[in-house]
Design a protein around this ligand. Structure first.
Ligand code: PRP
Length: 206
């Protein structure tokens, strides 16, 4: 088997991805609470690197990682030159435009101020719409923006809907479905096709 490097998004999504390798020779053994960022699997042939979710696509595009496990939200925002080859079918949620009722139609002929952690994605969503927009980039607690008048609406991830509900906001429009995805470097896909297929089989539960 070829040597291969897999970039894993730090956090819940990545941890769940690692679980899928348990019981195979691609399993990794870690000491509890370890802050190490690079691990070899038990076969010694696969290297796992742990990086920030938004950096997974960069590592894979540049080819320092052959594969990556990351959320579709990050893939849509980063818009990098990689292949997305598998829907891992967990970490499911969706992008949505949210805010107070009727805010979208109220602002139809005005500039719509949109707060989001995903500015490039917002740009792409509104690209072909007849709506003037101003994007306000935030790094978290996005639901606060309409409450205090920083924005008219938000574009964000909705999972249970609790954060919206607890803040008196609602979904105004559903956008893309999100889940964990397997991405691959374009050159690796050609030259390491055998092992990549093997990994697809493992992640698919075969
Ligand atoms: C995410 C997202 C929403 C919330 C949605 O935030 O940005 O705020 O989860 O989940 P829900 O529909 O189940 O309530 P996250 O927890 O990552 O925190 P953040 O606001 O600091 O980004």
């Amino acid at each position: 088997m070829d040597n291969i490097t897999i970039a894993i998004a730090k956090g819940r999504l990545g941890e769940k991805g690692l679980e899928l390798f348990k019981g195979t020779d691609m399993e990794i053994v870690r000491e509890k609470n370890s802050r190490k960022l690079v691990f070899k699997d038990i076969s010694g042939k696969t290297t796992f690197i742990f990086v920030k979710p938004s950096d997974v696509v960069t590592y894979v595009e540049k080819g320092v990682a052959d594969l990556g496990i990351v959320g579709k939200d990050v893939i849509l925002e980063e818009n990098k030159d990689v292949y997305e080859i598998m829907d891992l079918d967990y970490g499911k949620c969706r992008f949505a435009i949210a805010g107070f009722k009727d805010r979208l139609s109220d602002k139809k002929n005005d500039v719509l101020r949109i707060a989001s952690k995903y500015p490039q994605y917002v740009q792409s969503v509104f690209e072909n719409r007849d709506q003037r927009i101003e994007i306000i980039k935030l790094n978290g607690s996005v639901e606060l923006a309409p409450l205090i008048g920083l924005s008219d609406v938000i574009v964000d991830i909705v999972e249970t809907g609790n954060t919206l509900r607890d803040n008196g906001l609602e979904i105004l429009e559903d956008l893309d479905h999100i889940s964990a995805r397997l991405i691959v470097n374009k050159v690796s896909y050609r030259f390491k096709y055998g092992i990549i297929q093997e990994i697809e089989r493992i992640l698919g539960g075969e």
